[in-house]
Design a binder for this molecule. Structure first.
Ligand code: ADP
Length: 524
């Protein structure tokens, strides 16, 4: 540098003066400093561009001593906190910037995107069990600080952080199966006619263990978690299920003074069947979750599944959609296994075709009590008519006489009463009469029809016209002609379901064609 100055001065042709020289030197040194800083900045910029990007993680939890638990790409780290990061900004679920040493150096707030999942269960400590639409991959996640105070319920859709560890945002409510928990109307046991055996079976298997839990434990006697009601349609399976709920509550109240309101979740098997892969499983799990939730709140929860064979049948019994069903049975079993006996959840299955239900379901510890619900015989029919033809109705005859008349007509093995024509494999021919296919539902409907006739007559006469014997007899004929419990077609298979016949013995079974009326006269 000095050489250059000397050269400059020489070319100017004058001897260098000292002050001039000093000034020039200072100037040159300043220039040099500026160039150095520019170079340093440039180097810094180049270094920054070459440095790898910093990682973002999700903050799971702050820890003592200036540390925090962070998740990055599925791996957890205990990270140190840069003291410049305000601790108040460190909320569960926020995104944090990590330097090469995985220390938290900045906070970026909550993410705006991430997978959407559905809550399947809210655990007691507030964590959430979530699954996707197919219900197959389940996970437990924690709530972000944003959701700590929200009342979250199963069925709600949530957005998770991209690490899928923390629920960050409520997206909305997804549709649960269209049913709600209902209180059942009070059904005393004596409102069910002619099912003493079934009622006793239910009381023994459910009421006794609930009321005498200590004794059952003392004798190491296993307690059922539910039971299967099987028998023809309209004979009171649903009624018995509801009555169980009502009466168990009453019994517990009487014996222990503790009131556990009953909730009766009723669903028909075919409602659960869904063409979407995994959706049926999700719905079944959802039913159990709802029951457990209610039980945890102190209710007596009853899960009643009607037409259970449609979802819990053996593979052999199922025609289409076997792939769905093959996964439903094991998952139902594992849900049953997860239920603690006597923990206020009782599972009741109802079926017309108990023989089709997968034996895995009926194993001890699951649904190991099978209770038969029979068609009413004459005695039972008398009781059921008595339940519906109550004393304070306007009756044209003493109540007992009316009941006797209609029961006799209903069960007479007369030609007028022939209803089904059966041809056996042996060539034998037989008939089933109306009484053989009677049910509580049919009897209730006959009485209602008779009431309608009396009401109509009262309207046209402008005076109260009581229910007559003929009203009941006409109703009997009409009810059998129009009843919805009977298949509309002649298909043998459909009719076989209504009887106790072994299908292999029967060649043909079809409605008996009468001279069209088959009417009774009051004189019968
Ligand atoms: P299931 O579930 O066996 O098909 P339900 O319990 O639904 O039959 O019965 C339908 C209706 O028929 C009941 O609501 C009730 O009115 C009447 N019913 C059936 N069985 C009886 C019975 N044993 N005693 C009184 N009513 C009955």
């Amino acid at each position: 540098m000095l050489d250059r100055i000397r050269l400059e001065l020489a070319t100017q042709g004058a001897a260098p003066s000292m002050p001039l020289l000093r000034n020039r030197i200072v100037e040159m040194e300043e220039l040099q400093d500026q160039a150095r800083t520019a170079l340093e900045k440039l180097n810094d910029a180049v270094d920054k561009l070459r440095a790898p990007a910093l990682r973002l993680g999700t903050l799971l939890q702050t820890l003592p001593n200036g540390r925090a638990l962070v998740c990055v790409n599925g791996t957890e780290y205990v990270s140190n906190l840069d003291p410049n990061v305000p601790e108040a900004s460190l909320e569960t679920g926020t995104r944090v910037l990590l330097n090469e040493a995985f220390a938290i150096t900045d906070v970026f707030g909550f993410e705006k995107n991430g997978p959407v999942v559905r809550i399947t269960e809210v655990l007691a400590d507030g964590r959430l069990r979530v699954g996707n639409e197919t219900g197959i991959s389940d996970a437990i996640v924690v709530r972000s600080s944003l959701l700590l105070k929200d009342k979250l319920k199963p069925g709600l859709d949530l957005r998770l952080d991209s690490q899928q560890r923390v629920a960050v945002e409520i997206i909305g409510s997804s549709k649960r199966l269209d049913r709600t928990f209902t209180r059942v109307e009070p059904i005393p046991w004596n409102a069910i006619g002619g099912q003493q055996e079934a009622v006793q079976g239910i009381r023994d298997s459910i009421e006794l263990p609930f009321l005498h839990a200590a004794l059952f434990r003392r004798f190491h006697h296993p307690v059922p978690k539910g039971f299967l009601l099987y028998g023809p349609p309209g004979c009171g399976k649903t009624l018995l299920g509801k009555a169980t709920a009502h009466n168990l509550r009453l019994q517990i109240l009487q014996e222990t003074g503790e009131d556990r309101p009953e909730y009766f979740l009723s669903v028909k098997g075919p409602e659960i069947l869904n063409m979407w892969l995994g959706e049926s499983e999700r719905q079944v799990r959802d039913l159990f979750v709802q029951c457990r939730e209610k039980a945890a709140e102190g209710h007596l929860a009853f899960l009643f599944i009607d037409e259970a064979e449609s979802i819990l049948g053996t593979r052999h019994a199922m025609r289409a959609g076997t792939s769905i069903l093959s996964t439903l049975v094991p998952m139902f079993c594992s849900e049953m296994d997860g239920l603690e006996p006597l923990q206020n959840v009782v599972v009741i299955l109802a079926s017309n075709r108990a023989d089709l239900i997968d034996p895995a379901i009926l194993r001890p510890g699951r649904i190991d009590r099978k209770i038969r619900v029979r068609r009413p015989d004459k005695g039972a029919a008398r009781e059921i008519y008595g339940i519906y033809l109550v004393d304070d109705l306007p009756l044209a005859e003493p109540r007992e006489k009316l009941i006797e008349a209609i029961v006799e007509a209903h069960y007479a093995p007369a030609e007028d009463n022939r209803f089904l024509d059966i041809t056996f494999r042996s060539g034998r021919h037989d008939y089933l009469h109306r009484g053989d296919l009677a049910s509580g539902a049919i009897i209730a409907a006959i009485v209602e029809r008779a009431k309608e006739s009396a009401i109509k007559r009262s309207i046209s006469l402008r005076a109260e016209a009581p229910i007559t014997r003929q009203d009941l007899l006409d109703a009997l004929v009409k009810e059998y002609r129009e009843n919805e419990l009977f298949p509309p077609s002649d298909i043998t298979e459909d009719w076989l379901k209504l009887t106790d016949f072994d299908p292999s013995n029967v060649v043909r079974l079809s409605p008996y064609r009468t001279s069209e009326h088959g009417a009774f006269s009051a004189a019968v």
